[in-house]
Design a protein around this ligand. Structure first.
Ligand code: ADP
Ligand code: MG
Ligand code: ZN
Length: 614
């Protein structure tokens, strides 16, 4: 790229110099000729004085030679022809006549060359822009990597900055040991792992962990995102892979980190712009590099993905990314540690127990927690507090799960009444079922993009397995809003339940097609596994026959309908609480179980969900 740029620059200079040269030459030549340009009147005068020995008459000009050279040694002259009759007339009146020369060579040169140069520059500019976009990198540099490879010699991140993922850290300790001293590692003939794949949901700290490995080992960190390999032109991505490995080999010991590997290592049947060929070539090049490089020189390949199931099986076989390290959502202890790491950066109220934050953030990832700590600090700053306290954290959580308050959105009185009943419906149904998340808060302050009111339920523990009854009760809570409207407005339901219905349907669909929880459909899955094998087409419809498809649809509908009727029964039974709660909501706008004990749950249980609706 570098040298090529220079070559192009040379080309441009060459062109300009050449034309400038021509102009100079022409001038030199004409001065060599010692030709004097004179007016037509002067020419006539010279004829009259019989000074001219010979003339050459051209279409536009007359060139002549003097009998005796002028005092300055010039004996040739040139003049531009003019209409002779007119010239005579003018001469008679004593007017000096000079012909205007037609555009001469200089004019022609300028007239042609300047647009030429302009076009050339424009072309170069446009082509380079295009080439940059397509990753071609200059005119002729198809083989050269143009990918943004970030090399950091010191990532300044260590294992201390990554919390709550002790198992992953433990696994990676080995890699650190190897990078620090490759020879000692091979003492017993063990070879270092070649490729390690960090797998886990987004925001759990995979990228952070990879950087921490480099930081711990004190080696360079080459990072590139998988999406940067995906190119329009066949061969470019492959060239980048080659280039990346080449650079890394020179810098060993080091770490190559390919983030979002799924963008590059997608199963080869997955299509997209740029065609299969390019993706396949890039992937094949990666596989070849993986096979070809010898880890004993001290290069370790790390990659991260949150979708391991779509990766090409060839990437995962032994000798390639054969070791997978799970980076999972943190549990209670992990959350506490992560909050501690991030709370170091803010001013916390003295005596504040961070354990309380860990308690109310079930299901949060490291990125969520880092964001939460920052949001809490923002809330505290806005209320002009001296330090961040627990209320700031709860306010921040509400903001994160339900969106920003939109106090400017004014609802009419009937709308507010409807929203109040709708939300109280969710809350009361939730309070009446034993195994759903307890209600943290009910509010009719509009928030976020579409929520006119919301009910926040807070999970109290990490959940790994859910019973069919629990899923069913979740649907029931989701239907509580519409059920309340049905009761109170005598069947005149509203558009406010659209999101509730969507979520209820999604849960029911998964129960039927993924967990085999519908008797009519049977205990098998109808959802195709996300993994796509060579040649198979991605399916977005359940893999069911038409008759079964109908059964699936009916089962889903039944599940949601049953849940709705259950919710309606609960609310009909608790009609007094529903009216009282809605009244209270209309006056206070937001209430908790402390304000209205009817929404307190008898036996508490699971997950953080906001139910934005109405
Ligand atoms: P991923 O790559 O898994 O999507 P990142 O590593 O990019 O997630 O995490 C984003 C940010 O979230 C990090 O920069 C860090 O501030 C925070 N974070 C995530 N996980 C952790 C963790 N385990 N410990 C501390 N901070 C974390
Ligand atoms: Mg990442
Ligand atoms: Zn709702």
């Amino acid at each position: 790229m570098e040298s090529n740029n220079r070559k192009q620059a040379w080309t441009i200079w060459y062109v300009i110099v050449a034309f400038t040269g021509m102009l100079l030459l022409q001038q030199a030549w004409s001065s060599y000729q010692q030709t004097e340009t004179i007016s037509y009147s002067e020419f006539e005068k010279r004829i009259a004085e019989k000074k001219i020995s010979e003339v050459v008459i051209g279409a536009d000009t007359i060139q002549g030679t003097l009998k005796t050279p002028a005092p300055n040694g010039v004996n040739k002259f040139i003049t531009v022809r003019v209409d002779p009759a007119l010239a005579d007339k003018l001469a008679a009146e004593g007017v000096t006549v000079t012909g205007a020369p037609p555009a001469g060579i200089i004019g022609a040169v300028l007239g042609w060359v300047i647009p030429g140069i302009a076009f050339y520059l424009l072309w170069v500019f446009l082509f380079r822009r295009l080439a940059d976009k397509q990753g071609l990198g200059g005119l002729m540099t198809v083989g050269k990597s143009h990918a943004k490879v970030y090399v950091e010699t010191d990532t300044k991140v260590t294992f201390k900055d990554v919390a709550g993922v002790d198992e992953a850290k433990f696994e990676l300790q080995e890699v650190v040991a190897f990078l620090k001293d490759p020879k000692a590692f091979g003492r017993l003939g063990a070879r270092a792992p070649k490729g390690i794949l960090l797998v886990g949901p987004p925001g759990t700290g995979k990228t952070l962990l990879a950087r921490a490995v480099a930081g711990e080992a004190g080696v360079s960190f080459f990072s590139i995102s998988g999406s940067e390999f995906v190119e329009m032109f066949v061969g470019v991505g492959a060239a980048r892979v080659r280039d990346l490995f080449e650079q890394a080999r020179k810098a060993a010991p080091c770490i190559i980190f390919i983030d979002e590997l799924d963008a590059l290592g997608r199963s080869r049947s997955a299509g997209g712009i740029g065609g299969f060929d390019e993706k396949e070539q890039t992937l094949n090049q990666l596989l070849a590099e993986l096979d070809g490089f010898d880890p004993s020189i001290g290069v370790i390949l790390l990659a991260a993905t949150n979708r391991p199931e779509i990766l090409d099986p060839a990437l995962l076989r032994a000798g390639r990314f054969d070791r997978q390290v799970l980076v999972d959502r943190p549990d209670h202890k992990g959350r506490l540690e992560i909050v501690r790491v991030h709370a170091r950066k803010i001013v916390i109220e003295p005596g504040f127990d961070l354990d309380r934050v860990a308690n109310i953030t079930t299901g949060f990832t490291g990125a969520d927690l880092s964001n939460l700590v920052n949001e809490a600090a923002i809330v505290a700053t806005r209320r002009r507090g001296a330090a961040v306290n627990f209320e700031d954290f709860t306010a921040a959580i509400e903001r994160i799960v339900a969106g920003i308050e939109k106090r400017s959105r004014i609802l009419s009185a009937p709308e507010r009444r409807r929203v109040a009943y709708h939300e109280m419906g969710h809350a009361l149904v939730a309070a009446s079922l034993p195994d759903v998340d307890p209600v943290l808060k009910v509010s009719i302050i509009p928030r976020g993009v579409g929520a006119l009111g919301y009910t926040i339920q807070r999970p109290t523990e990490d959940r790994f397995v859910l019973a069919a009854s629990e899923l069913h009760h979740r649907i029931t809570v989701l239907m509580g809003g519409r059920a309340a409207e049905m009761l109170i407005f005598e069947g005149d339901i509203s558009t406010g339940a659209a999101d509730d219905l969507q979520r209820a349907t999604d849960i029911a669909m998964e129960m039927v097609t993924l967990y085999g929880m519908a008797a009519a459909v049977g205990q098998r899955t109808y959802k195709p596994p996300p993994q796509m094998f060579l040649g198979s087409q991605p399916l977005d419809k359940p893999a069911a026959s038409e008759a079964t498809q109908r059964e699936i649809d009916l089962s889903v509908k039944d599940m949601v309908t049953n849940a709705f009727m259950e919710a309606r029964d609960i609310l009909a039974r608790r009609r007094a609480d529903l009216d009282k709660g809605a009244e209270l909501l209309l006056t206070k706008e937001a209430i908790t179980a402390d304000d209205f004990p009817a929404i307190r749950q008898a036996e508490p249980t699971p997950r953080l969900t906001a139910t934005p609706s109405a």
